[in-house]
Ligand binder design. Structure first.
Ligand code: WTA
Length: 654
């Protein structure tokens, strides 16, 4: 959604939906009075607040200090403590008598099913951890994970956490080039993958993609392969010495593996995400702070109760899956559904069947999915009994009020609160969100800050304003600790905006008369396509690798289903044809370098791009063209005819 469009639709929005009395009655936070009371405490005395939360969890050794801010912005949380996140997700429940509780109700796309209790999961994770050890993985080593949404994905993360290896999950829609870049940047010694996975009835041959990605990566000693295919033969070439099947090793390792005592600031995981340059950033999250933040945000935002059946439709390959499928949810000992495949396989009713069959009570999905459901029609939904639902959530991009209202009435039967959760890979967990038993919600609004989160909307001069840029004014435990191998980029990307005082997330926002914060979209060159973050510079650097391309500029435009789509403007070196063939080659390059999900909606060719006389590309004008708007001021252009030609080409649909 472009800033302007979101702004227009949500600035007229003044409907308000308080939680029902029955929801509020049994909620952890059941009134605004209770929210504000705890919120103020958390802001006035954060150390006490966070220590109180941390005491719910298991620590091998307690902390000496809750927050050490002596080397801003490199904050340290719970220093001096020793803990293990896998222990808090598994052993804590098993030793306290909750081992028989169902942890994961898994369903594969073809319809195969698996059920794992917390005790089963502990067993699987311990075996997996022992297999990793047998393959020479030590504490601190980086392990890449490229798996479909099968239980072993969650198991692999927890196994790494258990032995102190740093996981770097790569979403299984990324290409082999993306795998290579991430593996090399983090010097990964082992890659975990599967022979394949299912998506919309087809098999994705994941091992082959990994092979192409790591073929020249000397740092990779082993590729560990989980067999997803079962009886179905999936072509999976194995390389002697380097490649091993998980099943061949898991049978003879011990089912017990003591959880490593980790230091608070030991690296837990890396997760690569897009920024404003061509190179994705390895976002660093460490152990104790992320543990505490993921636990408490999951508990309060989803108002988790022991009999809930929770379902988050995200992939574990993104931060949402890390925090709200794996760590936050398991720490709360909740039963959850995990589904491998597409929402429209074998038909558009799949999700609603899953909700009915498993009696899902909490459903967390992305606005882009909600818009697709709306388009597919209500009949797919109403065929099923969704009365088990009690809470709905959204994440990843702004939700337009129309989609919010549809979610509220058709899926939630006007009964379920909606938590619109604003946060980022970098923040580790929810930052702005309604608390469902307390906060009256407004369609399209992420409402108010979570406990301990000091949020404000500022202008460039660091003054509070009604519409401007979102700022986070206090550190919080789940915050990123840096960019892997690039401390300087961490400071310049996130801490330079207001003289280093506050965290700069890169989102525009406005505040309304109730103090609610409305997110308006990114203020940088990051575009959110179907909730997937893509840096326009990443695509531009792909295009210029083609020998016929001189230059390119990519902009985000509003898209009915995806929220935003990408339009690429490409200048071609003289003597080369601007043919359909070239266009196809460029699309193939995007598939190869990033992944199919980053394909632009359209590629426009031109002899030049609109530039100022000093040679700066005027993206504002490209956005005007791509959004079909009247062109803004063109008086500073070196050659106004370029932009006119591009506009004509765009209108003619070329
Ligand atoms: C956007 C996803 C509006 C925002 C968890 C942010 C949202 C970026 C919302 C982070 C929301 C996420 N409303 N915008 N509820 N949630 N965003 O790192 O622009 O994949 O900066 O994390 O998504 O994307 P990321």
């Amino acid at each position: 959604m472009s800033t302007t469009n979101t702004y227009e639709s949500i600035s007229n929005e003044n409907r308000k939906f308080p939680p029902t009395a029955s929801f509020a009655e049994s909620a952890h936070i059941g009134s605004m009075e209770s929210y504000y009371k705890q919120y103020h405490k958390s802001i006035q005395d954060p150390q006490n607040f966070w220590a109180g939360v941390a005491r719910d969890l298991h620590w091998f050794k307690p902390w000496d200090s809750v927050l050490d801010d002596s080397s801003k912005p490199f904050y340290r949380w719970f220093d001096g403590s020793r803990t293990n996140l896998s222990y808090n997700c598994l052993d804590r429940h098993v030793t306290e008598g909750r081992g028989d509780k169902t942890a994961i109700l898994w369903e594969g796309e073809p319809g195969d099913k698996r059920v794992l209790t917390y005790a089963d999961l502990l067993d699987e994770v311990s075996r997996f951890a022992n297999v990793l050890k047998r393959l020479g993985v030590h504490k601190g080593d980086r392990v890449a994970i490229y798996l479909p949404m099968i239980p072993e994905l969650a198991v692999a993360l927890l196994a790494c956490a258990r032995i102190g290896a740093v996981h770097s999950v790569i979403f299984a829609g990324f290409s082999s080039d993306s795998i290579r870049d991430r593996v090399l940047d983090s010097q990964t010694s082992l890659v975990i993958t599967a022979d394949g996975g299912y998506r919309r009835g087809k098999i994705l041959e994941l091992k082959k993609i990994v092979d192409a990605g790591v073929q020249d990566c000397a740092c990779v000693h082993h590729v560990l392969v989980v067999e997803r295919g079962g009886d179905e033969a999936i072509d999976c070439p194995m390389q002697n010495e380097r490649d091993v099947y998980y099943n061949d090793l898991s049978a003879d390792v011990d089912a017990i593996c003591q959880a490593e005592e980790m230091e608070a600031e030991d690296l837990l995981f890396l997760l690569y995400t897009s920024g404003t340059t061509g190179k994705p950033k390895g976002i660093m999250h460490t152990t104790a702070g992320y543990q505490v933040f993921s636990y408490i945000t999951a508990k309060y935002t989803f108002d988790l109760q022991s009999d809930d059946v929770y379902w988050c439709t995200a992939d574990v390959g993104w931060i949402t899956g890390h925090t709200y499928i794996v760590y936050g949810i398991l720490q709360n000992c909740i039963t959850q559904v995990m589904y491998e495949g597409a929402p429209n396989y074998p038909d558009e009713g799949r999700f609603w069947e899953i909700i009915e069959n498993y009696k899902v009570s909490i459903f967390y999905t992305a606005p882009t999915a909600i818009r697709a459901f709306m388009k597919w029609g209500d009949d797919w939904v109403t065929k099923n009994d969704l009365s088990s639902l009690r809470l709905l959530g959204t994440v990843g991009e702004p939700i337009n009020p129309e989609a919010w209202m549809w979610y509220h009435s058709v899926i939630g039967a006007e009964r379920c609160p909606i938590v619109d959760t604003w946060w980022q890979t970098e923040t580790g967990g929810h930052m702005l969100t309604p608390l469902p038993g307390a906060t009256p919600t407004k369609p399209g609004c992420a409402t108010l800050p979570f406990f301990g989160i000091d949020a404000d909307v500022l202008n460039d001069n660091c003054e509070s304003v009604n519409a401007g840029i979102l700022a986070i004014k206090k550190p919080w435990p789940g915050m990123m600790r840096g960019i892997y191998g690039d401390a300087q980029r961490y400071e310049s990307a996130y801490w330079c905006k207001w003289g280093g005082r506050y965290y700069f997330p890169g989102d525009g926002a406005r505040v309304d008369e109730d103090g609610y914060i409305w997110i308006l979209g990114r203020v940088d060159d990051v575009v959110n396509v179907s909730g997937h973050r893509i840096g326009t510079a990443e695509l531009e650097s792909v295009f210029v690798e083609h020998s016929a391309v001189a230059e390119s500029a990519v902009v985000g435009v509003p898209h009915e289903i995806k929220g935003q789509g990408l339009i690429a403007f490409v200048t071609v070196i003289e003597g080369h044809d601007c043919s359909e063939d070239l266009r196809n080659q460029l699309v193939a390059m995007v598939d190869k370098s990033i992944g199919k999900f980053a394909r632009p909606e359209r590629i426009l060719f031109s002899s030049d791009l609109p530039k100022t006389r000093s040679g700066k590309i005027m993206r504002r004008l490209l956005r005007d063209i791509a959004e079909g708007r009247e062109l803004g001021n063109t008086s500073t252009l070196a050659d106004p005819s370029i932009v006119e030609n591009l506009q004509l080409q765009f209108q003619q649909g070329k």
